[in-house]
Design a protein around this ligand. Sequence first.
Ligand code: ZN
Length: 128
Amino acid sequence: MMDCKKTKYATEKDAKADIDRFRATSTRSTIPIRSYHCGDCGAWHVTSKTPLLVQNLNSALKKITELEAEIENLKSKTGLKERIAVKIDERVAGLQKRDKKQQELIKKLRNDYNTILGKMFALEKQKT
Ligand SMILES: [Zn+2]
């Protein structure tokens, strides 16, 4: 059996009673929160460390919170992309509409030009 430097308690009840005493009287920032049976010395000790399972759970919860924040961030970015895409579509539709109007105007101007040209030729013929 190893000789631990930590305070030894004969029973779990003794260890827990000391934790209660710490809780009631200690002003230290870290106080024991649980007792455990020591495999090295066979006695009971108290510790301020949370069990590994709880530590893992806490880090997993932290990771989940971080991932949730990341997802929210990505969602807002996706939303922005969609809004930009809609804006671009509207702009393209507007330009296409304008282009169609310009094409119609060009067509009309060509017709007018041909009409005027035709009339000019007719006038030239009348002169001769
Ligand atoms: Zn021990």
